[in-house]
Design a protein around this ligand. Structure first.
Ligand code: ADP
Ligand code: ZN
Length: 738
């Protein structure tokens, strides 16, 4: 009997083995099958066929149903998922969940929907210049005359043309209304006005040189990794476009990964202008239906370019010739649940298997990527100047200790920042204000007993959101929330004070300082509603917002030509933490955010408030001196045996008691040391977040140069204690060890 290995999207399950169905048919790899699992039936994916066993093996059950004739998931994507599961020490079920499109677990492809479209008629065209139309009606006809194929009524409604006025025009025979059956199109749903890209535009000499080197690499049709290291505003996106067009013209396809959902509509519409309909978007912010339609089009081969976030690295795109990872250093490429993969690194593996060029783009490359580029493992292509020789923002560092001395300890916006804001508002230019911390206040404490309001489930203090009656205390880890009590829960003292501040407080300070300005906030709290992020960004782009305050979300990749001021409220937010990447993160964030200023005609300025004006990552970010930062940081990494000089595997053991977690972690450490004496194992130690969602956590860290050995030693230790498997979190190549 032939064994069939099936991965089911159930966390923690290993591969399951079945025999062929009653009719003896053996499904191909990538085919969906329904299999018995305990008393249930589940849909899984065939990931391996082969190996035979005795026909008498009664424990092997037959497959119940085969759902596809040919592979539903391409074989190469299955292989990539299996690599991901193994490398990141995750279960195959978790990895297969990552590659499945939403709703693929049923057998029926999702239904299509229809949209109502209005189009102008010949009579409508005739009526255009004539009499007898209201202003609104003639505006609508003007608009429709420009788009002979018609415009969706939803889009018209958004522009203020209500459906009843369209119906009246239809009754007069001036427009027709029809229902179009369409694939749900996430482009259509966004009214995002992308900047038109000018095909005739002259590349700068630097861009031209970079493009010709990259084209040569792509034309070689062999695996290669290249780093495109270009300062902010040096025109990397333009190169992505032209390189993609070259690859498409040579008959291969392009996968473009971006770090943030918010960046997909802009960049995807740029690509639409070059590639038309053959561009698809893949990210988790789309509705299941939208995502599924796009996924199907990719799989059918109707797509040349896929733009998406992390998980798009598993898109079922055939004949990939180029994979671009934009802002490759970005932490959002790392998935923070199992499989804890880094989309950039999976992209490199996919490129290797497909014989493709993998292009990593950044103004602030990760230490690892830059290290490989400096050691010729990766090709290195640089853009050192901004397009049109626009200067980088001039940076002023504000020492907040001086501000506190002059203005008292409650200052949030320094005098230089307030002055710079006023100038911008007078000149009708725009400003971005960064604070990488959400909420209104970061803690509540009692003046009588000094106790703080902590999360009952986690070892952190609750963050205050909102003001006045709307005030609530929330845990940013487990989402616990409560009304802020009027007396201390510990000593019943009546004097509760708030300390620390986040984006909400900055927003309210800005409103007080600039009462006439139009101010908006962009952070995870302000964009909970689907679509509100895109709406906010396009309002800012259209100039309907003067000052946008937000977390690192505002720092990434956006191109807002009218922003001339960037304010960083507290550059130190990320420096206080005991993480080996704290300096790198801070340097990247500050460089990226100052890079948002002065991208248009007007030069930009950045004001950086800090308590540590002499810290090297703040100093060097303000000078935009990546090379000096890299050299300095590399010394630290070498001395401390951190990446890129070693690899790390971080493991967290959870238990109901602190002692239980520590004992189990100690046991794992012992077992690893006993099996492989060459590995450096640190710990056990209480994890920095010692308690999370009611569980205690202990940590251990393995450092070494051979990930396979590190992983295997750890897996053996866990295998010896099967009950531990559910209580241990393994993170290979962690971005942070917090
Ligand atoms: P980066 O991604 O490197 O930060 P972008 O690709 O966003 O930079 O380019 C910055 C701005 O310069 C964009 O508005 C882009 O349209 C424009 N741009 C890019 N290349 C050129 C060029 N060759 N000539 C004029 N403008 C350009
Ligand atoms: Zn909590």
């Amino acid at each position: 009997m032939t064994f069939i290995n099936v991965a089911v999207p159930v966390p923690g399950l290993d591969l399951l083995t079945y025999s062929a169905g009653p009719d003896g048919r053996v499904p191909a790899i990538g085919v969906r099958v329904v299999v018995p699992l305990g008393s249930r039936s589940v849909t899984g994916i065939v990931v391996g066929v082969g190996g035979t066993g005795g026909a008498g093996d009664k424990t092997i059950k037959p497959i119940r149903q085969i759902l596809d004739e040919t592979a539903f998931i391409p074989e190469e994507v299955i292989a990539l998922a299996r690599w991901t599961a193994e490398y990141y020490a995750a279960g195959p079920g978790e990895a297969i969940t990552a590659v499945l499109p939403p709703k693929a677990r049923g057998s029926r492809a999702d239904a299509h929907k229809s949209v109502r479209v209005a189009a102008i008629t010949a009579a409508g065209l005739d009526a255009l210049g004539g009499e007898g139309l209201t202003r609104k009606q003639s505006d609508a006809l003007q608009l429709l005359a420009g788009t002979p194929t018609g415009i969706a009524t939803a889009d018209l409604a958004r522009r203020g043309f209500a459906s009843d006025s369209l119906s009246r025009l239809a009754k007069q025979g001036l427009v027709t209304l029809r229902a179009d059956r369409v694939d749900r199109d996430p482009f259509g749903a966004s009214s995002y006005a992308a900047q038109a890209i000018d095909a005739e535009r002259q590349l700068t000499p630097e861009q031209r040189a970079a493009l010709s080197r990259l084209r040569a690499l792509a034309d070689a049709r062999a695996f290669r990794v290249a780093l495109l290291h270009g300062v902010t505003g040096s025109g990397k996106t333009e190169l992505y476009l032209r390189l993609s067009a070259a690859v498409r013209d040579a008959g291969r396809r392009v996968l473009l990964l971006v770090p943030e959902i918010a960046l997909t509509p802009v960049i995807a519409s740029l690509f639409r202008q070059t590639f038309g309909e053959r561009v698809a978007i893949q990210h988790s912010g789309l509705s299941d239906g939208e995502r599924h339609d796009q996924w199907q089009r990719i799989r059918r081969g109707d797509i040349d370019v896929v733009v998406g976030t992390r998980s798009a690295v598993f898109a079922p795109l055939p004949q990939v010739g180029l994979i671009i990872v934009d802002e490759e250093h970005d932490a959002s490429y790392k998935q923070d649940e199992s499989p804890r993969y880094n989309g950039r690194d999976v992209a490199i593996v996919r490129g290797q298997r497909a014989g493709a060029l993998v292009l990593l783009g950044s103004a602030t490359p990760s230490m690892e990527t830059h290290y490989h580029a400096m050691n010729a493992k990766y090709e290195r292509v640089t853009l050192e100047r901004r397009v049109l020789d626009r200067p980088l923002a001039a940076v002023t560092i504000v020492d907040m200790r001086e501000e506190y001395a002059a203005e008292g300890p409650d200052v949030i916006l320094s005098r230089p920042l307030r002055a710079a804001l006023r100038t911008r508002l007078e000149r009708r230019e725009q400003a971005l204000i960064l604070l990488n911390r959400r909420g209104f206040a970061t803690a509540v404490f009692c003046r009588q007993c000094a106790g703080t309001l902590d999360c009952p489930n986690c070892s952190v203090s609750l963050v205050i959101h909102g003001e006045g009656a709307a005030r609530r205390a929330r845990c940013h880890y487990c989402n616990f929330s409560m009304r802020v009590p009027s007396a201390c829960p510990l000593c019943a003292g009546p004097y509760l004070d708030q300390t620390g501040f986040g984006t909400e407080r900055v927003e309210s300070e800005l409103r007080a300082a600039c009462p006439d300005a139009r101010i908006a906030r962009l952070d995870r709290d302000s964009i909970r509603r689907k679509g509100s992020l895109t709406a906010l960004l396009s309002k800012f782009r259209d100039g309907d917002i003067d000052v946008l305050v937000g977390t690192q979300m505002i720092a990434k990749g956006h191109d807002f030509p009218r922003v001339t001021l960037v304010g960083v409220v507290s550059a130190d937010v990320g420096l206080g933490v005991a993480d080996f990447r704290a300096s790198e993160r801070t340097f990247q964030l500050l460089t990226q955010v100052s890079g948002r200023a002065g991208r248009g005609e007007q030069p930009g300025e950045a004001v950086v408030q800090t308590l540590y004006p002499d810290h090297y990552s703040i100093q060097l970010a303000c000078r935009q001196d990546y090379a000096a930062f890299y050299e300095k940081e590399l010394l630290f990494r070498r001395a401390m045996r951190y990446p890129p000089f070693t690899s790390i595997v971080n493991a967290i053991v959870r238990a109901r008691t602190f002692a239980g977690a520590m004992d189990d972690a100690a046991d794992v450490v012992q077992r690893i040391r006993a099996t492989d004496g060459a590995l450096l194992v640190l710990g056990p130690a209480p994890a920095p977040l010692g308690r999370l969602r009611g569980e205690y956590r202990a940590q251990l860290l393995i450092k070494g140069t051979n990930r396979k050995r590190m992983r295997e030693a750890l897996m053996r230790a866990v295998a010896a204690r099967p009950e531990l498997a559910k209580r241990i979190t393994i993170d290979v190549d962690p971005l942070s060890v917090l």
